[in-house]
Ligand binder design. Structure first.
Ligand code: HEC
Length: 198
């Protein structure tokens, strides 16, 4: 009888301990928000690139190509003076300028080793190496961390391909183009995405 009572006391003590431990865990640990796993800059660049690339293809094929084929309106370089559509590259550059102005720190540009305009050439060794890398291996972006002043940035360069015949026809014939043998689907340049790391 005495042994039974002793066991009951022990079980009681254990129950009280269990409740106390749980209460402590809930009041100290439970208030913390659940840890959010971080997103790597590689992933952020991949997400941003997926959107830019999709918009670029939709604009080139569903707007520019379609309107030209139907004889409705052309896309020409001096579109403002000619009541025409902006070129696909100009569409990307304009949107990129707006993004840069909104102050989030993220930037993107369309560049090439064979640019029609020198301002669209590589601005750094990293960009030059990246363009060469994606031209020979278009399956993955060229990535790295670059420093500008005291700030660090993650940069990723993705290949930009000739997705339509219009891309190569125009570049191969443009008087300022330094390369005249682009083929369909070839890598014509790259999209550089720059993400601030602080
Ligand atoms: C009707 C002519 C035309 C068409 C079509 C065209 N481009 Fe361009 N592209 C240009 C011009 C002009 C520029 C320079 C724009 C600027 O910086 O003002 C340019 C810029 C570029 C650049 C940046 C480097 C450079 O040459 O200055 C890349 C890369 C590029 N185009 C790829 C493409 C791809 C890929 C396509 C098809 C999806 C395409 N272009 C369609 C005329 C054209």
């Amino acid at each position: 009888m005495a042994r039974l009572r002793k066991s009951m006391v022990w079980i009681g003590i254990l129950c009280v301990c269990f409740v106390l431990v749980n209460w402590a865990a809930m009041s100290f640990g439970g208030k913390k928000p659940p840890a959010v796993p971080g997103i790597s800059p590689e992933k952020v660049a991949d997400y941003v690139h997926a959107i830019i690339k999709a918009d670029r293809i939709v604009y080139t094929t569903l707007v520019v190509k379609r309107m030209q084929e139907k004889g409705i309106v052309l896309a020409v370089e001096h579109w403002e003076q000619n009541n025409a559509l902006p070129l696909p590259a100009q569409f990307l550059q304009r949107a990129g300028r707006l993004v840069a102005e909104n102050g989030s720190g993220i930037r993107y540009r369309l560049i090439s080793l064979w640019p029609i305009y020198r301002r669209n050439g590589p601005a750094t060794e990293f960009e030059r190496d990246g363009l060469k890398a994606v031209a020979s291996n278009p399956d993955k972006p060229h990535t790295g961390i670059v420093t500008s002043g005291k700030k660090q940035y993650f940069q990723a360069i993705y290949p930009d391909r000739a997705v339509a015949k219009a891309c190569i026809d125009c570049h191969n014939a443009h008087p300022l183009s330094p390369k005249r043998d682009f083929a369909l689907n070839s890598v014509m340049g790259g999209i550089v995405i720059t993400i601030p790391l602080e």
